[in-house]
Write a protein that binds this ligand. Structure first.
Ligand code: IMP
Ligand code: MG
Length: 182
């Protein structure tokens, strides 16, 4: 049993949608001349974000997915990153955008970007919906970030706590409850 918790809204669905429109405009400009952009979602946390983002991109795209191990079911990140599911397609000579839910310690994205770079894409860029810069352990910065947030554990909009709350339409922060409070 996990301890009881409440979820306090931190970023509304409306604010997320508005920010995604801005980001998509910038990405569409950057890749305006692309033959076809390979949009790579990191499973599972990015599935809602990538769905909304691609629908705002004014570009020819394809979608692929990669799964890297991170938290397991705990709240602590592990430093060792493993690839659980690799891309279906080759990316050599292609334009690639990696889409992540949150950059926390930076280990996951650092590892994934290095791996994909070794496959010699033409252009490789990254976007993270959320960034917790105060938690960083390795030097990594996404090319685009939706929102910088403080060191809080968040859920919703694809992001989970022990696989729960991914279906919330907003980003909320987890607040643990003392027994008998609400
Ligand atoms: P990093 O390797 O420490 O940067 O971890 C990134 C991964 O940890 C993200 O892809 C998320 O899956 C997970 N993560 C980081 N912060 C949170 C959070 O606040 N809530 C849920 N998952 C998180
Ligand atoms: Mg993740």
């Amino acid at each position: 049993m996990t301890q009881a918790y409440a979820i306090d809204e931190m970023i509304s669905a409306k604010a997320i949608a508005a920010r995604i429109e801005e980001l998509a405009r910038e990405i569409s400009t950057t890749f305006a001349d692309t033959e076809k952009l390979v949009v790579v979602g990191l499973l599972r946390g990015s599935f809602v974000f990538i769905a909304d983002l691609v629908r705002e991109l004014n570009l020819p795209i394809e979608v692929d997915f990669l799964e890297a191990s991170s938290y397991g079911d705990a709240m602590e990140s592990s430093r060792e990153v493993r690839i659980l599911k690799d891309l279906r397609g080759a990316i050599e000579g292609r334009d690639v955008l990696v889409v992540e839910d949150i950059v926390d310690t930076g280990h996951t994205m650092n590892h994934v970007i290095r791996l994909l770079k070794s496959r010699k894409p033409a252009r490789l860029r990254s976007i993270a919906l959320l960034d917790k810069p105060s938690r960083r352990e390795v030097d990594f910065r996404a090319d685009w970030t939706g929102f910088e947030i403080p060191d809080e554990f968040v859920v919703g909009y694809g992001i989970d706590f022990a696989q729960r709350n991914r279906n919330l339409p907003f980003i909320g922060k987890v607040r643990f409850l003392e027994e008998g409070t609400a």
